[in-house]
Structures are given as C-alpha cells and as structure tokens.
Ligand binder design. Structure first.
Ligand SMILES: *Cc1c(COP(=O)(O)O)cnc(C)c1O
Length: 337
C-alpha cells in the first residue's frame, strides 16, 4: 500500500480528513449495519437535539505504525467502554463495544495510506462521536442518532515536545459535583473554551481545575489528567468523581508499577501539597505525557523539574509499548493490519 505524500514530520494537531469514515445511524430503536463513507459533511435538521441541547459525546484514540510495518491501536476496547458510559449518562443509545471495535478496524484499514510511517512522531488520530439528530424543541432526548468515526493524521499535540508547560490554577470550574466531568461530553468542552483562550491570552498553556465543591483539591486540566512524582519517586494522581478517567493515566499507573517498579497512589491531592512534588505531567491520548514546569496560583508559583527523570521514563516506556517496541501487557495492543 502506497502512503499519501505528506510532510509527516511537520503535521500539527489539526483536522486533515482521511478518505473514509465509518457511519451508523440509529433509527426505529436500533443501529443500522453501518458503512464507510467518503462524505465528511453531515446534513441534519436545524432543530436537531445536538445543536440546542448538546446531546453529544466523543472519544479520541490513535493508530500507529510499528517498526515492522504493522498498524496497531492502543486499548481501543477501553474507548468503546467509556463511550458506552458517556452514552448512558447522556441518554443516548450505546454503540455496542464489538461494533465500536469493528468501526475502528474498518476505518483504519480503509485509511491505511493515511497512517503516518514509524519514526515520524505522527499518528492517525481517530475521533468517534455520537449526536442526537432528531428535531426537538421542548427539552427531551432525540430519538434518532448518528455514530461516526473519522480519522485525521496528526503530529504531537504540544509543538516542540520537550518544552515544559506552564499552567494556572483556574478561578472557573470545569465540572459540577455529581455532574458530567467523568464522561466525555462535548458540553464539558463548550464551557471551557472561554477559559482556555483567556489562559493563552495571559501566557499560560492550560488551566488546572480544582474540585468545585471545596476548591481545595486538584482535579485535572481542560483536556488532560494530571500526575505528580514525589522526590522519592512515588507517582501520585488525583482521585475524584468528576475527573475524566483517562486511558493514558490508567495505563501509566500500570506502567509505573509493573515496568518501572514505582509506588503509585490515586488519592485526593490538595492544592496546598503540590509544592512538595518534584515532577508534574499532563497525560492524555493527544499528548501522551507532557512535562509541567510551573503551576501558578495567583501570586504563588510552584515549580517542578521541567523534563524530570520519572516523567521521561514513563513517557519512553508507554510510547515504546504503543509503538510495539516494548512488549505490552496482554490485551493492550489491537493489531489492525
Ligand atoms: C479525553 C480526556 C482526557 C484524556 O483521556 P485519554 O483517554 O487518556 O485520552 C483527560 N481529560 C479530559 C477532560 C478528557 O476529555
């Protein structure tokens, strides 16, 4: 198979539609059999539920080329399960996990020419999403839905990879207690757009959100989970019911324990204790893990070792597993073709 001609090493994290996407519609109480489409646009009613009441959720995962020329995905089953959780909370029909995996396989195979070559630092980003498409005016869930999974080749999320990020502690909240912070709903992002632009305008890379009930504990940033390393090399990551359960974070905790022999703790992390940590990083599919150099809380600053040894080891090991260079725990790698 001939690869597309692209400057793979200089891709940004942006939308470059690959040729095919997988589409399935929920009509009359069931999902149709689904198909690959070459059409990137969707036509829906101006009164579609998604447009007014944000009945939508999404996922994000990547396909990688291995050194020996295979194309693999990293734990896509967990994306399927998490999307099912999101659907249940958003009153949308679950797209069954086996069908989700079939959509991943079909989309990646159809777009194999778009999967960046091994060693380029780039990957094929997959974006599954679901929307409520039927017209509503009064507030109620749609009765028809579309599941769609499209693909776009991407470079690293944060340009200039090794630069340590500067975060600020946000004065606004991301998710309400007992709200939707734990699912991947578009609405969680709609209300963070103002704040991310404001953070950038003030010279920060991202916002760190506190627990909205007491504003005492660290939760996560707008689009990535946060983790810390103590001076003794123990990995600490916040536990809270309103954090999005990052697959990267769950994987990093496993990697820390079983590959690097680190002690790990998932527990509430108070803002007041972050000065005691040596290293800090943000994790998610888009960025894998990005070192944090500084967290600013109004007139206080907490600094961390920019590209510290533990964050580096975690990054190298997980990237190695994702690209097939380091043997993966059983079930972590789905070979697509
Ligand atoms: C998607 C997302 C993450 C990262 O999750 P991964 O499964 O690691 O990609 C973290 N926080 C939020 C708010 C997210 O939406």
């Amino acid at each position: 198979m001939e690869k597309k001609t692209m400057d793979w090493g200089n891709l940004s994290f942006g939308y470059t539609p690959a040729d095919y996407r997988y589409v399935s519609n929920y009509v009359g109480g069931k999902w149709d059999e689904g198909f690959l489409s070459d059409q990137p646009n969707i036509t829906i009613s101006e009164s579609a539920c998604v447009l007014h009441y944000a009945q939508t959720c999404f996922e994000g995962l990547k396909a990688y080329s291995t050194e020996d020329g295979r194309i693999i995905c990293f734990r896509p089953d967990l994306n399927g399960k998490r999307m099912a959780d999101s659907c249940r909370r958003m009153k949308m029909p679950v797209f069954p996990e086996e069908r989700f995996l079939e959509a991943v396989d079909k989309t990646v195979r159809a777009n194999a020419a778009w999967v960046p070559p091994y060693g380029s630092g780039a990957s094929l980003y997959l974006r599954p999403l679901m929307i409520g498409t039927t017209p509503v005016l009064g507030v109620k869930p749609a009765s028809e839905f579309q599941f769609r999974l499209f693909a776009s080749p991407v470079g690293p999320y944060f340009k200039g990879d090794a630069r340590a990020l500067t975060l600020r502690v946000s004065d606004l909240d991301r998710a309400a207690p007992r709200g939707t912070g734990h699912i991947k709903a578009g609405l969680n992002y709609a209300m963070s757009l103002y704040n991310i632009v404001d953070a950038h305008d003030h010279g920060f890379d991202e916002n760190v959100y506190l627990d909205p009930a007491t504003r005492t504990y660290i939760e996560e940033t707008g689009g990535a989970n946060i983790l810390f390393v103590t001076p003794e090399g123990k990995l600490v990551t916040p536990a809270s019911g309103s954090i999005l359960p990052s697959i990267t974070r769950r994987s990093l905790l496993e990697v820390a324990k079983t590959y690097l022999g680190m002690e790990v703790a998932e527990r509430p992390v108070a803002l007041e204790e972050i000065g005691s940590f040596a290293e800090c990083g943000l994790c998610g599919t888009a960025a894998v893990i990005s070192p944090v150099g500084k967290i600013v809380d109004h007139d206080r600053e907490f600094t961390f070792e920019g590209n510290g040894p533990w964050i580096q080891k975690l990054y190298t090991t997980l990237r190695g597993i994702q690209q097939g260079r380091i043997p993966a725990p059983s079930g972590w790698i789905r070979e697509i073709c």
